[in-house]
Design a protein around this ligand. Structure first.
Ligand SMILES: [Zn+2]
Length: 62
């Protein structure tokens, strides 16, 4: 019983950390995907909108 509690206590933080890392990774991939799509899309309207957002947020542009 003591061994089981020790195992659970040692496993729980690791699982929580892995979930947090996965969440951060997923958010980064989605964010970079949005920036890539908005930056390389051919439609002039979307390109202009992305261009304005880049300037408004101080993202390096030109
Ligand atoms: Zn610009």
């Amino acid at each position: 019983m003591t061994k089981n509690a020790t195992t659970r206590a040692a496993t729980l933080p690791k699982t929580s950390s892995a979930t947090t890392t996965l969440s951060i990774l997923a958010a980064a991939v989605i964010g970079l995907g949005i920036i890539s799509v908005a930056g390389h899309v051919q439609a002039a309207t979307l390109h202009d909108a992305a261009h304005d957002v880049r300037h408004a947020t101080g993202f390096p542009c030109h």
